[in-house]
Every structure is written in C-alpha cells, then in structure tokens.
Write a protein that binds this ligand. Structure first.
Ligand SMILES: Cc1cc2nc3c(=O)[nH]c(=O)nc-3n(C[C@H](O)[C@H](O)[C@H](O)COP(=O)(O)OP(=O)(O)OC[C@H]3O[C@@H](n4cnc5c(N)ncnc54)[C@H](O)[C@@H]3O)c2cc1C
Length: 307
C-alpha cells in the first residue's frame, strides 16, 4: 500500500499509519479476538482525517478502539477499518484546565493532574483504559465518574468534521454517554476543569495508591479481564451479588472463568476464546433472569459478530 493522500498540503504515508489483516488480541485486555481487515493508528489530526478518507473511499465500516480494556472482540474479527487512538496522546495543562487527546491513558492523565496539584481524576485510579474510552462509557468508581469535572469534548464525525460539545449539554448517565449511540464519531480531545491546591499532590497520591491496592486485593489484576461484565441493575442487589447467588463464581467454559473473588468478573486463565467468554457471560445472564427475573445489560462492549 503506497498510495499517499494530500491533506491540507501535507503528504500522509498510509504505510505509516495503516496495517492490513492485524490480529486484535494483543490490543485487548482479554487477549482474545480475531483479525481486523485494516487497523489505523493515527498520531495526529491530519493522519486521522487521512484514515477516515481511506475508509470512505473503500466504503469500509469504521470501529474505534481505545485501550481495549472494556471490549470483547469477536473471534471472527472485525470487517473494515479499526481506528486505534493510542497515539493520539498530546495534552496541555494551564491554570485549572487540563486538556488531552483521547488516546492518553487514564493512568497518565491522573499522574499528570496530580503532579499539577489538580483534584478530581484520582478516583479513577486503577481503572485501565484511555480517556476517550472512559468518556464514551462514562467510566467511574466509588460514586464518582469521569464526567464530573468535564468542560468539553471535541469529537470528529466520520465525514471529517470537528465538533465541540460543552459538558453541560451532554446527557451522561451510569456507564452511559450519548457518544455510545452516535455510531459515526471519534472522541478526539477532552477538556477538564479541576480544582487545584498546593498540598493536593500527597493526598491525591495516597488516594491513588489506596484504590490501586484495593483493586489488586479484589483480584482485578490476577488474570486478563475487562472489568465488570454487566452493569449494575436498579435495585438493592448488584450484578455481582446476583451472579454470586446463582453460583457463577469459578464456573468455566474453556479457559474463560468467573473470578473466585468477584462474580461479575470473567477472566482469561490461559487460552480462552472470545466465544468462551461470551458463552459464559450469557450463562450468567440466563441464570440471573431465571432466579431474579432481571435482564442484565452488558457493560463490556462487544465488537464484531457474535451470532
Ligand atoms: C481490571 C479492570 C477494572 C475495571 N474497572 C472499571 C471500573 O471500576 N469502572 C469503569 O467504569 N470501568 C472499569 N473498567 C473498564 C474500562 O477500563 C473502562 O471502561 C475504560 O475507561 C475503557 O477505556 P478503553 O480505552 O480501554 O476503551 P475500549 O475498550 O477501547 O473501548 C470501549 C468502548 O468505547 C469506545 N471508544 C473508545 N475510545 C473511543 C473514542 N476515542 N471515541 C469514541 N468511542 C471510543 C469503543 O468503540 C468501545 O465501544 C475496568 C477494566 C478492567 C480491565
């Protein structure tokens, strides 16, 4: 593939940003899944636009992947172009404003804001993934979510146009953002307004360490996983508590296993396939439906065809 496009006077070499027939398992936390027809990993806005043009010219479907920590990719792979945001990671910090591109990891954003004495992102410590993925799913923990201190989101629609949405008009919910329903956009940059104080670094770091420690104790990092499989339904019991009462802990299909510490966590104990993980999740969902008449909703994102 040596075709170049000219974008605003700049030559983009597709070979530098687009690969063909790429196995996606190494890009997901579960370490499972098939191949993508094409993968683009743009590092700059112009490269992103070139990748979108590449897809448009070939009429390819586009799928966005951040850090792959909340996704289950089908063993059959993904048709079309997968755009990975990993290299979109520039940032700026001034006064109370912290702005970063979507591919920056949460961990890095937390570290940078703490260094500047900025408060507000530390509650996300220990959650893997990128800023873009976290905004898309309104990630959170301990009663806090990433949308709390958000100022704006800049996103790019697949026709190449850029848009800014002020946080006040974004209808965030529990593990929900409207970007999930907009199938034709990539979150490109995010701005936060964060309270700042001289002495916050020590307090923030203590919170960061304590939360990471707690997650380690809960078994989140024992094996590859994508965190909680299902969202918590309304009502007094969490998804994990319901799955636990259905005796799902330690149940296995192939090398996919429900964690012994947390019934809403499926882990890859070796060479699990995505289909094993999916079947085990469906088994838990069926059991909960039978016992509690509750329809659990997936929190992890299923990419590709699972039928
Ligand atoms: C051990 C562990 C613990 C976890 N604990 C928590 C927790 O406590 N709370 C929580 O909320 N989550 C948790 N998660 C889930 C996950 O880490 C977060 O949801 C994370 O923010 C997802 O980011 P990502 O970049 O990995 O997203 P990905 O998995 O890459 O993508 C998730 C979805 O977002 C979309 N997306 C990603 N980037 C963009 C973008 N730039 N523009 C548009 N759409 C995009 C993708 O298309 C996909 O639909 C946990 C995961 C693990 C592995």
């Amino acid at each position: 593939m040596n075709n170049n496009v000219c974008y605003q006077g700049e030559k983009i070499k597709f070979d530098d940003i687009i690969e063909k027939n790429v196995n996606l398992s190494e890009f997901t936390n579960f370490k499972t899944g098939g191949n993508a027809e094409f993968v683009a990993t743009p590092g700059r806005f112009s490269e992103l636009i070139a990748a979108l043009k590449f897809a448009e010219e070939r009429k390819l479907n586009i799928t966005i992947m951040g850090d792959g920590s909340n996704t289950l990719v089908s063993d059959k792979g993904i048709e079309g172009l997968v755009i990975r945001t990993k290299h979109l990671s520039r940032y700026s910090s001034r006064g109370n404003m912290f702005c970063c591109r979507a591919g920056m990891t949460l961990e890095k954003a937390i570290a940078l804001t703490l260094e500047d004495g900025m408060e507000g992102l530390e509650y996300l410590s220990g959650i893997q993934g990128s800023i873009g993925g976290a905004i898309a799913g309104n990630s959170g923990a301990y009663g806090h979510s990433i949308s709390e201190h958000l100022l704006y989101v800049d996103y790019v629609t697949f026709d190449g146009k850029t848009h800014r949405m002020g946080a006040q008009v974004i209808d965030f919910g529990y593990r929900y953002s409207p970007f999930m329903d907009m199938k034709d956009c990539l979150i490109f940059e995010v701005g936060f307004l964060l309270p700042k104080s001289q002495d916050f670094l020590k307090k923030g770091k203590d919170t960061q360490l304590a939360l990471k420690h707690e997650r380690r104790n809960k078994g989140y990092y024992d094996y590859p996983s994508a965190g909680s499989v299902f969202k918590n339904p309304e009502g007094s019991l969490t998804a994990g508590q319901m799955l636990d009462k259905c005796n799902m802990k330690l149940q296995k299909i192939g090398d996919a296993m429900v964690s012994k510490k947390h019934a809403n966590l499926i882990v890859n104990t070796g060479h699990a396939k995505s289909s094993d993980i999916y079947k085990l999740a469906l088994k838990g969902k069926d059991e909960v439906k039978k016992k509690f008449n509750v329809d659990l909703e997936f929190e992890i994102k299923l990419l590709g065809n699972f039928s």
